[in-house]
Every structure is written in structure tokens, then in C-alpha cells.
Ligand binder design. Structure first.
Ligand SMILES: Nc1ncnc2c1ncn2[C@@H]1O[C@H](COP(=O)(O)OP(=O)(O)OP(=O)(O)O)[C@@H](O)[C@H]1O
Length: 577
């Protein structure tokens, strides 16, 4: 237990040192600060933050390429260059001009640098910079300003491809690593298309997300980007998150069915509103499925299908985004889309390369708690940390175990109320909470910027679940670590994890490589969740101590009950008087 005491001793972060101001998030880089001078550190952090997949390197590469080309025709072009520069200055109001992709050769060099693989008919050229959008797509300058104000100065690889594909009105299936900016990759072109379509009124875009938390996060990003944008003098671009209260207002006609240009929702709530005909869908042009493989797996496929069935507009453009797109989902995509373009950045089904992945053999359940202690001892347990477990019961059990050790920890699972979930997420984001225990409800999409470590206390059921879980770290160009615990019960379940590690370029030892091959029977077993023995309960505390704990808890509750009764009696006596 002493190790935990050491860990929890500092539970009150020195908020000033950690870069917390009221209402702001923590700059986790400042916790446990190094000797680097702070200005230098901040600059380094900033550059790294914005330098997605070494984007600056990509930009330089394309610029080198252009330079090489221009050197060949240097003699005749000196004056001409000056003219082009002046022209560009005019079109962008003296904004810094980023690189432009003007031909297939430049596009190929750019794609090679970020391992972009595109298939489909007539693939459009990617964009090389956000400014590139102005000349090619008459991009809205207010939207560009909002991007820059929010420190989005260079597009990430998925943004280079998806923005241009969408603005060319193409259906799209996009797969890019976790934390690589897929949200803006669909939001930016969607907002531009809504701006372009200012003549028509009513709903033009729908974004579907599998969880409320993710829908809320997309909504917040969208509000940042659509800030101060008006479709005409009096009409701001209206975005809504389909909450319970909004859906009631729409159903009771308190709010017009034409009020919103864009709605973000989870599937069931949207279907409910659509079925009650409380939304005018006649102008709907775009539908986006975020975390598409989840939305088209067996839990959600009927709902997603129902939504598509209720959207009857002609030429509805469809997009699907995820960090993992299995072939079954690709098949669905091709059956519902028209001439889609398929964009894969990096390796399909691989984890983000910024994440250092590790496996730890724990023998049995007791070994897992010991392994956590070892991480603490070795200085690897650096907050903020997320710990994933396979069930609500196990998440609760680990929470109680770590709480008992006075660790700064909380738990999120489907049984917690939306308000509780919101509050915990806020505390975790602000740095007040150091360690978040959860089930897979938080495995997808949620963007906690500075997570240092993800622990898979239980081996995830699929390769996709693994990629998304560990993807809560190593986001936005930062580095991160993941540790997956396994026991002798996990000899089959660990194989997909090893395969993802191999795909992601991690060093995998000989024995791991050997055991990673799966038989057909094992694959089927895993798919059906069979062949798995029940895990033992979580706890290393001896039975006697556990009984003591239960008795103590009962005593506290008994005392609370007695106090309540006494107070109640007093009130009754007063009332009778
Ligand atoms: N062009 C950009 N420049 C700098 N930061 C960016 C850029 N685009 C996105 N980001 C930041 O990168 C982080 C991750 O983005 P996002 O949440 O969209 O990832 P994602 O690819 O959707 O991940 P996941 O697969 O886990 O859902 C966010 O904090 C976002 O603000």
C-alpha cells in the first residue's frame, strides 16, 4: 500500500505550476517539469502540437520539389515569380501562403510522405495548406479565420485528403489513425458546403456519433469553427446537438423544423425525431457517420440503416470516418455509396505510431494489481492515466480497490448518470482527477489531450477495440504509452493485440510472433466471445481486511441512518408543536 500512499501524497496539483487557470485545461507538460526553460518548452510543445505527422517536413518536401522544378526554368521565371507572389497576396489579404498542390506529381509526393493510399475514380488533388482552399474552393475567410484563431494552421494528412474530396462532392470512406484530426476533416468541408448553399433553408447536414460524449465533443468543435458566420445579414449558421430537451421542443413545434443547418446526434434520438416528422429533411445534402465501423456493427447497424431509410433526398452525399474500417464495413459502404473515394492514411487497423505499446504478463488477477504497483514503483504511472476494463462490475471493483488506497481516481461506465459522466470528464480534463477507470464507453473518439498512459487492465475483445482504447493517448502529434495486462486466460485474446503491434511497427519478440498466428477456430471463438473462462474477482486485499472494510462501511451507514432518524424526529416534533 505504501507505494500508493507515495503516489497519492501529491494529489493536490500545484495548479499554478501545472498551468491551470480558472476554466482552463491543464498543460500537463508542466507537471513534473524538466530543466528546459519554460518559454523554450512551450515553444517546443506548440511546434510539436501543430506538427502533425511531421507535417512541416511534408510541407518542406513539397516545397523542395517545387524548388527543384522551378530551378529548371529559373532563367525565365524571376520576374514571373514576383508577379505570382503579388497575385497571391491579393487573394489572401496578405495571409501567409502555404504550399499549393497543383499537379499529380506534387500530390504523389505529398501522399508518399504521409503514406496516403487513395482508391476510386477521378481522385481529386489533396490540399497542401488551408490557404490552398481559398484559391481552389473559394473557401470562406471567416471559416479560415476561425481555424487560425483556434491554432489550426496546417491541415493534417486526413484533412489534406478528405476536405478536398468532400468539396468535390464525392462520397467518402476514410480511415486514419486515432487522434489525427478526423473531426475537422469532416467538419471543415461540411461547414463550407452549408455556407455555399445559403439560398436554401433548413437542415443541410447530419453527423451521427455512437455516444453522447462524442456527439457533444463534435458539437463543441463545430461551435468553435462556425463562430460569427452568417449565411445572410440576419441568419447565423445554426448548429445543434440533438439533446433530449431539443428533441421535445422540435416534436412540440416550439422550435421550427427549419431552424438548424446542421445537427449532431446519436442514432436513437435522431430516429425518434425523424419518425415524428419534426425535422424538415427536404434540403438535407450530407450525412456523416463518425466511428463508422461502430455505427455499422451488429449493435448499431439497424439504427444506421433506419436513418438512411428516413433520408429520402436525392443525391445525399455520404461519408464514413474511423480509425479502423474492417472489410465488412467496407462492403456496406460500397453498397450504400455512389462512386466513393477510399482514403487510407497509414496502415488500416494499425495503432497510432506515436504510441509506445507494451504487453505485461500478470499470471492471474492478483498479478494485475501487483503490476499496477510495479508501474508506480518504476515511475511509469504518470498521470493523467486511463484504465480500461471489460465490464461495469470489474470497473467498479477496481475503482473501490484504488479508492481504498486513496488514489486520485474515479470511474465512468454506462450506469453513471449523464451529469456524473460530464462532471468526471471535466475533472479529468482540468487535471483535478488523475486516473480515470472506465469501460469501453470512452474507448472511441474522446479527445483528452494530454493522456500519458493507457492501461488495458483487461485485454480488449477485438483488434479494433484495442486500437481505439490506446488511441486515447498519443493524440494531436504528442507521444503516449500503453500497457496491456494479460493472464493465462488470455492466450487467445492477446493474439489480435500482438498483430496490431506488428502492423504498427512495434518490436515484437520471437515468441510473440509465434503465438500471434490464429487458427480459424480461435478466430470464431473470439468473435463469439466464447472459449473464455470467467475472470476472478478483483482484489488482493486479504479476506480479513475485506471483512473489516465492509464492517466499517456498515458502521458509517448505520450512523448516517441514526442521525437522519434523529433529525427527522426533531422536525416532526416541531411540526406538531
Ligand atoms: N490541423 C490541426 N492542427 C492542429 N491540431 C489539430 C488539427 N486538427 C485536429 N487537431 C487536434 O488533434 C486532436 C485530435 O483530433 P480528433 O479528435 O479529430 O482526432 P480523431 O482522428 O477524430 O481521433 P479518434 O479516431 O480517436 O476519434 C484534437 O485535439 C484536435 O483539436
Amino acid at each position: 500500500m505504501d507505494i500508493f500512499r507515495v503516489l497519492t501524497r501529491g494529489a493536490a496539483i500545484n495548479k499554478k505550476a501545472a498551468g491551470v487557470s480558472k476554466g482552463n485545461s491543464v498543460d500537463y507538460s508542466k507537471i513534473g517539469a524538466s530543466n528546459t526553460p519554460s518559454s523554450e518548452r512551450q515553444e517546443h510543445q506548440m511546434t510539436k502540437e501543430l506538427d502533425f505527422f511531421r507535417n512541416k517536413k511534408i510541407v518542406r518536401k513539397v516545397e523542395d520539389l517545387k524548388k527543384k522544378e522551378s530551378e529548371e526554368v529559373k532563367d525565365e521565371s524571376d520576374e514571373e515569380d514576383q508577379e505570382i507572389k503579388n497575385e497571391n497576396d491579393d487573394t489572401t489579404d496578405n495571409m501567409d501562403i502555404g504550399p499549393k498542390i497543383t499537379n499529380k506529381m506534387e500530390a504523389a509526393a505529398l501522399r508518399k510522405s504521409y503514406k496516403g493510399n487513395l482508391t476510386g475514380e477521378d481522385i481529386p488533388l489533396p490540399i497542401g495548406s488551408f490557404e490552398d482552399l481559398i484559391t481552389r474552393f473559394s473557401f470562406d475567410k471567416r471559416l479560415l479565420n476561425n481555424l487560425i484563431e483556434n491554432h489550426f494552421t496546417e491541415p493534417t494528412p486526413i484533412q489534406c485528403e478528405a476536405i478536398s474530396t468532400t468539396l468535390n462532392n464525392r462520397d467518402l470512406l476514410a480511415c486514419a489513425p486515432t487522434g489525427s484530426g478526423k473531426t475537422l476533416a469532416f467538419l471543415i468541408p461540411l461547414l463550407q458546403q452549408i455556407i455555399n448553399d445559403k439560398e436554401s433553408f433548413g437542415l443541410k447536414g447530419l453527423i451521427i456519433s455512437p455516444t453522447k460524449e462524442l456527439a457533444n465533443q463534435i458539437f463543441i468543435e463545430c461551435i468553435k469553427l462556425s463562430n460569427r458566420i452568417f449565411l445572410d445579414k440576419k441568419r447565423p449558421l445554426q448548429v445543434a446537438l440533438l439533446s433530449k430537451s431539443l428533441s421535445m421542443k422540435l416534436k412540440n413545434k416550439i422550435i421550427s423544423d427549419k431552424k438548424y443547418d446542421l445537427i449532431i446526434s446519436t442514432p436513437l434520438r435522431l430516429i425518434d425525431v425523424m419518425k415524428s416528422e419534426s425535422l424538415d429533411l427536404s434540403n438535407l445534402k450530407n450525412i456523416i457517420f463518425d466511428e463508422a465501423d461502430k455505427l455499422f456493427d451488429k449493435t448499431f447497424v439497424e439504427q444506421s440503416d433506419a436513418i438512411l431509410g428516413l433520408c429520402q433526398t436525392k443525391n445525399l452525399r455520404k461519408s464514413m470516418f474511423s480509425a479502423t474500417i474492417p472489410s465488412s464495413v467496407e462492403e456496406i459502404a460500397h453498397s450504400i455509396m455512389l462512386d466513393p473515394i477510399r482514403i487510407i492514411i497509414g496502415h488500416k487497423e494499425a495503432a497510432n505510431s506515436n504510441i509506445e505499446q507494451k504487453l505485461v504478463y500478470c499470471g492471474n488477477e492478483e498479478g494485475k494489481l501487483i503490476a499496477i504497483r510495479q508501474l508506480v514503483q518504476e515511475g511509469e504511472f504518470k498521470p493523467p492515466i486511463i484504465i480500461f476494463l471489460e465490464s461495469i462490475t470489474r470497473a467498479k471493483a477496481l475503482y473501490h480497490e484504488l479508492m481504498y488506497d486513496r488514489m486520485n481516481v474515479d470511474v465512468i461506465h454506462a450506469e453513471r448518470t449523464p451529469t456524473q459522466r460530464e462532471k468526471i470528464i471535466e475533472r479529468f480534463k482540468s487535471g483535478e482527477l488523475w486516473c480515470l477507470i472506465c469501460t469501453d464507453v470512452l474507448a472511441r473518439g474522446i479527445d483528452f489531450k494530454g493522456v500519458n498512459l493507457v492501461i488495458n487492465y483487461d485485454v480488449p475483445r477485438t483488434a479494433q477495440a484495442y486500437v481505439h482504447r490506446i488511441g486515447r493517448t498519443g493524440r494531436g502529434g504528442r507521444s503516449g504509452k500503453s500497457v496491456t495486462f494479460y493472464t493465462k486466460l488470455d492466450s487467445t485474446a492477446i493474439k489480435p493485440v500482438i498483430n496490431v503491434m506488428k502492423q504498427s511497427g512495434c518490436e515484437v519478440s520471437g515468441w510473440m510472433d509465434k503465438i500471434s498466428k490464429m487458427t480459424k477456430k480461435e478466430k470464431q471463438q473470439l468473435k463469439r466471445g466464447k472459449g473464455k473462462e470467467e475472470r476472478k474477482q478483483i482484489s488482493t486485499v486479504p479476506r480479513a481486511d475485506r471483512l473489516k472494510r465492509v464492517r466499517k462501511q456498515e458502521m458509517i451507514e448505520g450512523s448516517k441512518r441514526r442521525k437522519y432518524k434523529a433529525e427527522h424526529k426533531e422536525t416532526e416534533a416541531h411540526e406538531q408543536d
